[in-house]
Each structure stands twice: as C-alpha cells, then as structure tokens.
Design a protein around this ligand. Structure first.
Ligand SMILES: [Zn+2]
Length: 172
C-alpha cells in the first residue's frame, strides 16, 4: 500500500479537511474535523459506535433513536487524512522493533479507550523506519513519551502551521 501522504517528507496538508469553495478557516480555533455544536444529542457513529453525549464523543451504549453521524476520527479515517504522524527509527529501534511495536499497540489501545477520537490510523513498516498515522495531534506525542520511558531514545515534535497536524520523530 503506497500512500504518498504518509511519507514523512511530504509537506503538511496546510488546508487539511477543506472542501472546494470553503473559506480559509480560523486555524487557531477550529479543527475542521472537530466542529463544535455540529452534532445532535444523542448521536452515534455508524463506523465505531462512539456516541456524542454531553458535548463530547465517548464510548457507551447508543440510546434508542440516536442520530447516526460519523465521528471526527472516523471521518479522518474515511478521508485518509491523518492529523498526526509518528516516525520511529534508529539502530536500537530496529534491533527491538517487535518489542517497541507491541508496546506502541498497548499505548495506542489505552489512548483510544480514554479518548475515543485519539486513534492510530495506520502503521506502515519500512526497512529503516516505521510511520504511524493518527486521527489526532496528541497520540503521537503520548506514544513517543511512553517509548522514551521504556526504550530510551529521544523525540522531537513539529506542529503544522494550522496547529491541527503534528509530526513527531522518535529515534533510539
Ligand atoms: Zn466513529
């Protein structure tokens, strides 16, 4: 599966999520995938079954008659438009790749459980690096912090100009 968008060298999608004809959004305040007040209550996501209740998306049982609307995370998955990229590399990483990735899966599962919109979208394994894409800008840093605690190495964080995309690079 080759998706140029996932290349760590690709430029930031500066107008992420914009539709043709849509005005430039006020990027500092509005993630186009998180439009506040857009969802009726209760709403259930037909893809992941998260429910929108009390102003935020959470895991739970959908009440009878809930509206069906795709949640922001599933919209990003559907659009194949990640908010976060996490690149893993380095000799130590590659020597222990399976262990590190197993740890990554655990951290990602915990993050998704606590924050339904924070998810790993794809994990692309290359010969030297692994690129992980996420539906949100927090998960790459949370994973990198957890990997650093357990497997050392270090990471840097670069936010996109719109503040709704992030690239984290961890090397060990
Ligand atoms: Zn969903």
């Amino acid at each position: 599966m080759t998706r140029p968008k996932l290349s760590p060298k690709a430029p930031f999608p500066s107008a992420a999520g914009m539709r043709p004809g849509q005005r430039v959004f006020d990027a500092k305040q509005h993630d186009p995938y998180q439009a506040a007040g857009k969802y009726a209550e209760p709403t259930v996501c037909p893809d992941c079954r998260a429910i929108f209740h009390a102003g935020h998306w959470q895991w739970g049982d959908a009440p009878q008659g809930a509206q069906q609307t795709r949640c922001p995370a599933c919209r990003r998955i559907h659009d194949k438009l990640p908010a976060g990229w996490l690149t893993l590399g380095g000799a130590q990483f590659n020597a222990h790749r399976a262990d590190v990735l197993a740890h990554l899966h655990k951290v990602a599962a915990r993050e998704r459980e606590e924050h339904p919109l924070n998810r790993v979208m794809a994990i692309e394994e290359g010969p030297d690096e692994v690129v992980v894409t996420t539906t949100d800008v927090h998960t790459p840093q949370r994973i990198a912090e957890a990997l650093k605690r357990q497997h050392h190495g270090d990471f840097d964080i670069r936010y996109g100009l719109d503040e709704y995309s992030v690239r984290v690079h961890w090397r060990a």
